[in-house]
Design a protein around this ligand. Structure first.
Ligand SMILES: [Zn+2]
Length: 262
């Protein structure tokens, strides 16, 4: 049996993506009666993939990806290829849902730096939350552990981790654009991505919390400023750097309210 005939027999054992590729090679063969050396190399390679014993894959539980998949499902209504980028000690870790042609459709691909086909590959996570780390991580246990911690945290609270990334890098976790206004910086992602990924409530509450924090800061700053001078914003005078309580204690039960002119 020739290698091409063998490939035809192996079609059913290939992954959907490899099968598509094999079919295109077989089409070429039936059309032209021969294949180029490069195409023959791939015929051999695909046959070898079928015959090679699959090493037992390591699987690590990172927690259910339900929340993460919900984000992607929401985003798919608006975007063709939604992605989420996180930070692993400053390096990007990008997550995307594997398409219908992939080896494991519906799983989450975990990628690192670089561009396809030279992009770092950290493995995939099943929707149930089983991460199969890439072989490349076998020799780097430190990185694998750090990734495990990041992915586990992300599985448990995707919006929070996306927010941390935005605050840390100044870029939106979803579209990677710089966060331009204060409200988006506070939320960690922009209002448009919040809408795309179904996180509008999280965006609103982050903005609200930020406003509250700013208000408290303003009030504290004003109090500190007046405190230094001995004047308080409510028109009372107190001993410099003393709180209302310590001052009133020093004169008994009565709270002193002195005129501002001394
Ligand atoms: Zn964005």
């Amino acid at each position: 049996m020739t290698n091409v005939e063998q490939l035809k027999q192996n079609l059913g054992k290939l992954s959907p993506r490899d099968r598509d590729f094999a079919n295109s090679l077989l089409d070429g063969f039936s059309r032209y009666g021969s294949l180029t050396p490069k195409q023959l190399f791939w015929v051999d390679k695909l046959n070898a993939r079928v015959n090679a014993p699959q090493p037992a894959a390591v699987k690590i539980a990172v927690g259910s990806m339900k929340g993460v998949i919900a984000l992607f499902d929401h985003a798919k209504k608006h975007l063709k290829h939604p992605k989420i980028t996180l930070s692993l000690n400053g390096s990007p870790v990008t997550l995307a849902i594997a398409g219908a042609q992939a080896k494991a459709p519906g799983s989450i691909n975990v990628m690192g730096e670089g561009k396809f086909p030279n992009r770092e590959w950290f493995g995939r996570i099943s929707p149930e939350g089983e991460w199969s780390p890439s072989r490349a991580l076998d020799s780097d246990a430190t990185k694998r552990d750090a990734l495990l911690a990041l992915l586990t945290e992300f599985a448990n609270n995707p919006a929070d981790v996306a927010k941390k990334f935005g605050i840390l890098t100044g870029n939106c976790s979803f579209c990677m654009r710089p966060l331009s206004d204060d409200r988006s910086v506070a939320a960690g992602f922009g209002p448009i991505c919040a809408d795309h990924y179904g996180l509008t409530e999280e965006w609103k509450s982050a903005v609200h919390n930020q406003k509250q924090a700013e208000l408290t800061e303003t009030v504290n700053a004003a109090a500190t400023a007046t405190n230094t001078n001995g004047f308080f914003g409510d028109g009372t005078w107190r001993a410099p750097n003393a709180t209302l309580n310590s001052w009133s204690l020093s004169i008994g039960t009565k709270v002193a309210t002195l005129p501002m002119t001394i």
